[in-house]
Design a protein around this ligand. Structure first.
Ligand SMILES: [Ca+2]
Ligand SMILES: [Ca+2]
Ligand SMILES: [Ca+2]
Ligand SMILES: [Ca+2]
Length: 510
C-alpha cells in the first residue's frame, strides 16, 4: 500500500525555500560535514535512515534518485510527474510532491549521495529466520477454502461476527460474502471498490469500509457502506475518505452515543478521522498525516477516559498515543518510531507479561517501496510497557515481509500468543509465510511456521473460534496483487490456490 516516503520533505522544502528566497553563494560541503547534511535533509521529516539499512546499490540507484525528486533535484530532461497517472499527477502537483526548485545546494546533494554510497554495505546481511520451535504449530490443521472461479485469489477483507457466527470475506473484485460455519454463502453484496474492513456492532446492520484504490492514490474515493440484508448492493453511509483501511466504533467522549474512528491511510496526505456520534458531518481530524493504518482504543492511563493508540505507516513511521484530556480533546505523543525502510505494517496491543499493563507488538515488513530487497530487520517487535506507558523493544523476531498479526491464547495456557503473516515477501520461500509464536508467560516468544500455508500470499488474517469448539482458530485470506506474484508461486510448485486457509486449532480435541 505504501510507495513513497520522505514525503513531508516537501513541506520542509516549502518552508526552507521560503526562508532562503535569495541564497548567496553556498559553502562547499566537506566530507566531514556530510553526516550533518544527510541528517539535516534525510531526517527532517522522519527518522533519519542510517546508511547501513540498505545496500549501496539500492541507495544510489533506487532510493536517492526518488528522494532527489522530492527535494527538487532532477535532470533538465526529467519530469517526475510523468511517472504518475495524469489525474494523480494533478493532485501530486497540488501537494508540491516534487518541487520545481532545489531545496538544497548541488554540493549538499553530492555530499548526501557520497555519504550513503561510502557508508552503506555492498550487501545486506541475512536474518536468521529459524525459530527455536515449540508445539504451537502442531496444534493446527490447515484446510483450503475455494471461493469463485478466480485462479489467483484477491481476498482483501476478513471479519467475523461472534454474535451471528458469520464470516465476512471481501475481495478486490468488489464483493463481500457472508459465510456460515460450514462455509456456505448466506449473503453476497457488491461494493463500489475493494472492501477492506468491517464495522460490526449491536443493533445495526454490518458496515463495510471500501478503500477506493488499493494502489497508492491521493484521491478520496473510499467510504463506509451498509450491508443491507434485503439488497445485493452495499449502500453508502458516508464517502469522501482517503483510502480508509480500518474502522472502530466506541463511545470516545463518554456522552452515551458511540463515535466512529477511521484510519484514512491516504498517500501524500491522510488522517485519523473521528466522526462524532458516528456522524460524518461532525468530522474531526485527530492526526493530520498520511499512513494511518491501525488503531486501538483503551484507557491506557486508567483515568476513566478512552485513549487511542494509532500506527502511522507512511513517511513518519510511528506509533502515536492520543491521551484523552477529559474535555473531548487529545494530546498526541510518539511512543515508538522507526526509519522509513522499516515499513511498519500492523500492531496489536495486549498484556503479554501479565503485569496488568498493555504491551504492544508491531510488525514491519512492507517492502512495496523503493527498496524491494530482503531486510534482516523486517519482522515482529515486542514492545513492553514499563507500567508508565513507555514502550521498549524486548524481543525482535525476524519475518521477511511481515504484515498482519493477531494476539490470542491459542494454547489456552493463560497468556497471549501471536500469529503473523509474511505478505510483502519476495515469494521465494512460501513455506515460511505464517509464523505461530508461543508466549512463555513472560512475553518471550518462540515458535515455528504454520503447516500447509505455502499456497497463497496472505494479506488478511483473523483469529476466532470458527467451529465454536472452545479454541481460537485462524483464517488466512490470499491476495495476489499481480500476475508476477502468482507466477512466482507457480514456479515454487504450488498448483492450486485456495482463497482462504483455515487453521483449525485442535487444542480442545486433545
Ligand atoms: Ca485515559
Ligand atoms: Ca504488560
Ligand atoms: Ca498462550
Ligand atoms: Ca476452534
Amino acid at each position: 500500500m505504501k510507495i513513497g516516503w520522505i514525503i513531508c520533505l516537501v513541506m520542509f522544502g516549502i518552508l526552507f525555500g521560503a526562508a532562503c528566497g535569495n541564497p548567496g553563494p553556498a559553502p562547499i560541503v566537506t566530507p566531514q560535514d556530510s553526516l550533518q547534511v544527510a541528517e539535516k535533509y534525510c531526517g527532517s521529516c522522519h527518522q533519519f535512515p542510517s546508511p547501513e539499512l540498505l545496500d549501496s546499490n539500492t541507495w544510489i540507484k533506487r532510493v536517492l534518485p526518488n528522494m532527489g525528486w522530492r527535494m527538487g533535484i532532477r535532470a533538465a530532461s526529467e519530469n517526475p510527474y510523468d511517472s504518475l497517472q495524469p489525474d494523480e499527477a494533478i493532485l501530486a502537483r497540488k501537494q508540491n510532491l516534487y518541487p520545481e526548485k532545489a531545496i538544497l545546494t548541488k554540493d549538499e546533494w553530492a555530499a548526501i549521495n557520497s555519504f550513503y554510497a561510502s557508508h552503506a554495505p555492498k550487501q545486506l546481511r541475512e536474518a536468521d529466520y529459524e525459530q527455536p520451535g515449540n508445539g504451537l504449530s502442531r496444534r493446527f490443521q490447515a484446510d483450503g477454502i475455494y471461493i469463485g472461479q478466480k485462479k489467483a485469489p484477491d481476498i482483501s477483507l476478513l471479519s467475523y461476527d461472534e454474535k451471528t457466527a458469520l464470516l465476512y470475506v471481501g475481495d478486490a473484485g468488489n464483493n463481500v460474502y457472508a459465510f456460515n460455519t460450514q462455509f456456505k454463502t448466506v449473503g453476497k453484496w457488491a461494493t463500489p471498490s475493494p472492501p477492506v474492513a468491517m464495522l460490526i456492532a449491536d443493533n445495526q446492520l454490518p458496515e463495510v469500509v471500501c478503500i477506493g484504490s488499493i494502489a497508492p492514490s491521493e484521491k478520496k474515493e473510499g467510504g463506509l457502506y451498509s450491508l443491507n440484508g434485503g439488497q445485493q448492493q452495499a449502500t453508502l453511509v458516508a464517502g469522501n475518505l482517503a483510502r480508509p483501511v480500518q474502522v472502530l466504533q466506541t463511545d470516545l467522549d463518554k456522552n452515551g452515543v458511540d463515535d466512529v474512528l477511521i484510519c484514512a491511510f491516504g498517500h501524500i496526505t491522510g488522517a485519523l478521522v473521528w466522526w462524532k456520534e458516528g456522524d460524518s458531518t461532525q468530522q474531526k481530524i485527530l492526526v493530520n498525516q498520511p499512513g494511518a493504518r491501525a488503531l486501538q482504543v483503551t484507557d491506557i492511563n486508567q483515568d476513566g477516559w478512552p485513549d487511542i493508540v494509532v500506527l502511522m505507516a507512511q513517511a513518519r513511521e510511528e506509533l502515536l498515543l492520543l491521551l484523552a484530556d477529559g474535555r473531548g480533546g487529545f494530546s498526541n505523543q510518539v511512543i515508538a518510531s522507526f526509519p522509513p525502510v522499516y515499513g511498519v505494517s500492523y500492531f496489536e496491543m495486549g498484556d503479554l507479561n501479565g503485569d496488568g499493563f498493555a504491551d504492544i507488538v508491531v510488525s514491519n515488513g512492507d517492502n512495496w517501496d523503493l527498496s524491494p530487497v530482503r531486510k534482516y530487520y523486517h519482522g515482529l517487535r515486542v514492545l513492553l510497557n514499563d507500567q508508565q506507558n513507555h514502550f521498549k523493544e524486548a524481543q525482535f523476531i525476524p519475518l521477511s515481509g511481515a504484515g498482519k498479526l493477531v494476539m490470542a491464547d491459542f494454547d489456552q495456557d493463560g497468556d497471549k500468543d501471536l500469529a503473523a503473516v509474511s505478505f510483502y515477501d519476495d515469494g521465494i520461500d512460501p513455506a515460511r509465510s505464517v509464523l505461530l509464536l508461543e508466549n512463555d508467560g513472560k512475553a518471550h516468544f518462540t515458535g515455528g511456521y504454520a503447516p500447509n500455508t505455502d499456497v497463497g500470499k496472505w494479506l488478511t488474517m483473523i483469529a476466532a473460534d470458527i467451529d465454536r469448539d472452545g479454541d481460537t482458530d485462524i483464517v488466512l485470506g490470499s491476495y495476489f496483487h499481480n500476475g508476477a506474484e502468482w507466477i512466482k508461486l507457480l514456479g515454487q510448485g504450488v498448483e492450486t490456490f485456495p482463497s482462504l486457509v483455515v487453521l483449525w486449532n485442535e487444542t480442545v480435541k486433545r
